[in-house]
Design a protein around this ligand. Structure first.
Ligand SMILES: [Zn+2]
Length: 266
């Protein structure tokens, strides 16, 4: 097999699953993959572009007539199913179906390179894998949320968690009776699929505290600066009933495609 390239999500998925690229070594003019965009040069495993009738993601495809051997391998339905709520590394995958597992990712991401995919639909296996940029620096996670790639700054997540703590501590010291764990009215983990009312809006209590106390004003300022992907990431952390972060086991090879790999949802 050719040398490992950390830049292409399908190749990382193949490494995780112990899968070889399919197709014949390319022999024509240089081109690139219609799916992941990787260059296809002399000798790169590739196949002519031919997609199934059920495939509908044409708007994401490049105008070329070839698909690289890694993309062709991972778009088989049974394979694609393993890459729906997951952090994919060259050594294996971490399942992130639960909020406990997602909290682990956002608070303590693993060593890059990795690919983060969160498909909120538990019934469909979608083609998110090959369109997701590989995260190369854990300070800036590029996550695919329901087909939209959004950046998540790990420092912004840590600042938001600290800000929520400041608001809770101040509320307690000021004698507030009911102190919510989250300073938000609501955060939805599937906000990229359907945005519910109140998503990302700060609670009355948080705004009231910000108007009274300078440290709360600073905390609320940090929360105002969060980007859309970060609000969705925080939905797993700043919950009404918070959960402890939990590192998922690293699964690789055939384990990824077995029935026992079926994740739990929380
Ligand atoms: Zn490709």
């Amino acid at each position: 097999m050719s040398h490992i390239s950390p830049f292409y999500p399908s190749e990382i998925a193949c490494l995780a699953g112990g899968l070889e690229p399919v197709g014949a070594p390319h022999s024509g003019a240089d081109t690139h993959c219609a799916m992941c965009g990787r260059p296809i040069i002399h000798g790169t495993p590739a196949v002519p572009r031919k997609v199934s009738k059920t495939f509908t993601n044409f708007e994401w495809m490049e105008e070329t007539d070839h698909i690289c051997g890694w993309c062709e391998r991972v778009i088989e339905q049974t394979t694609l199913r393993a890459f729906q709520r997951v952090v994919i590394t060259p050594k294996g995958c971490y399942s992130i179906g639960t909020d406990a597992n997602r909290s682990w990712l956002w608070l303590t991401p693993p060593q890059p390179p990795f690919v983060v995919i969160i498909n909120s639909s538990t019934t469909g296996a979608f083609h998110y894998l090959w369109q997701t940029p590989v995260t190369l620096d854990k300070r800036l996670i590029m996550a695919n949320f329901d087909g939209v790639t959004a950046p998540v700054r790990t420092a912004a997540i840590a600042r938001a968690v600290a800000a929520a703590q400041v608001l809770r501590d101040t509320a307690q010291a000021a004698g507030y009776k009911k102190i919510p764990f989250s300073p938000f009215v609501r955060l939805a983990r599937d906000a990229y699929k359907a945005t519910p009312g109140g998503h990302g809006r700060l609670s009355e209590t948080a705004l009231e505290l910000a108007a009274k106390y300078p440290e709360c004003e600073r905390a609320v300022q940090d929360l105002h600066e969060l980007k859309p992907g970060e609000l969705v990431a925080l939905a797993s952390i700043l919950k009404a009933k918070p959960v402890e972060p939990e590192a998922p086991p690293l699964r690789c090879g055939q384990e990824l495609f077995s029935k026992t790999a079926t994740e739990q949802e929380a």
